[in-house]
Write a protein that binds this ligand. Structure first.
Ligand code: AVJ
Length: 323
């Protein structure tokens, strides 16, 4: 990045205090054996932009496949949504997907839940302009923690929406806990619509996370760029490489940053040693079979009422009912 351009200078953030959660998590993760970092730190401005680019890559099938299902099966999916419902989106970002539901289902209120308050507020304004009859009640919260719904939607039927196979970023016990919390939040009889990435030919998975243009590598390496800028770290980007592998036993894509040589790196004023070939594990992206997902949902208080997939069986949109 050229730090002399005005836009970059404008975007540059001050060095974050050494007790920020990023700093604490980085120190914990780099001390852990094996080294690790949470994928939630991918999404600074540059990382969010790189993820947008990933969703348009020819090899990265999930986004376009899910959008295809939501578009082509809109009428059937809408039939699973009760009249005058409140749609609660967990981790709302761009409104592309929810707009497909709004266009086909009689939804009364939209409740986007996200930690990035500003972005959600801007998206909510755009949505109000396009759907004037829709009540929009943004909630500024971490959706993995307990939170309460706005009073205004208390008496409406509830529909949870969790697209994008974001659930795949959770460890199995975290995914179960999230689904159980969602059942409690939304209440008995509620509906939930989840985007689930399916287990498939490993070559398809491998290509999706090791794209030829190297955008996923850039996305992964951006974690080091971010630590250099925000945590005063001195990672040499050319001495780490991106690696994504499919772990068949655990049904997950793993992303790693591999040190090409033995080296020492300073982060937050501390020194961390790397062996040649040592990894920082940066992401797990779990893949499901329909049966394994149904079992997870069932154990967390949900029963499946609908499932829609693309012709190749790459991705599924699944509707659940809280029991
Ligand atoms: C946003 C978690 C769904 O796992 O496919 C894309 C993130 N990582 N390429 C995924 C991601 C590498 C993505 N999710």
């Amino acid at each position: 990045m050229n730090v002399h351009t005005p836009s970059a200078a404008h975007k540059a953030k001050p060095i974050v205090a050494k007790d920020s959660s990023f700093a604490l998590d980085a120190i914990e993760g780099l001390t852990h054996e094996p080294k690790r970092l949470s994928p939630k730190y991918f999404y600074d401005d540059a990382g969010s932009d790189l993820f947008e680019q990933i969703t348009r890559l020819p090899e990265y099938y999930p986004t376009r496949t899910e959008l295809g299902i939501l578009t082509e099966r809109a009428a059937e999916i809408a039939a699973a949504i009760p009249k005058n419902a409140a749609l609660v989106e967990f981790g709302a970002g761009a409104t592309t997907k929810v707009r497909l539901l709004l266009a086909s289902a009689p939804i009364k209120a939209y409740v986007p839940v996200d930690i990035s308050g500003d972005f959600v507020a801007a998206q909510a304004d755009a949505l109000r302009a396009d759907f004037p009859q829709l009540d929009v009640h943004p909630v500024h919260a971490d959706f993995t923690q307990a939170f309460t719904l706005p009073d205004a939607v208390r008496d409406l039927p509830k529909v949870g929406f969790f697209p994008g196979s974001t659930l795949g970023n959770f460890e199995p016990h975290e995914a179960a806990r999230f689904m159980r919390q969602a059942a409690e939040l939304l209440g008995r009889g509620a509906t939930m619509i989840v985007g689930v990435d399916l287990e498939k030919d490993e070559r398809v998975l491998h290509a999706a996370y090791n794209d030829a243009a190297g955008v996923t590598a850039k996305f992964n390496l951006n974690l080091l760029v971010r630590m250099n800028r925000e945590l005063g770290a001195n990672f040499d980007l050319s001495s780490f490489v991106h690696r994504a592998i499919y772990n068949r036993e655990q049904h997950r894509i793993e992303m790693h940053l591999i040190s090409r040589k033995a080296q020492a790196v300073r982060v937050c004023g501390r020194t961390f040693h790397f062996r040649a070939g040592e990894s920082i594990h940066t992401e797990n992206s779990y893949k499901f079979t329909p049966d394994r997902f149904r079992a997870l949902a069932q154990g967390a208080g949900w029963s499946e009422i609908g499932r829609w997939s693309d012709a190749r069986g790459l991705f599924a949109v699944i509707a659940l009912r809280a029991i």
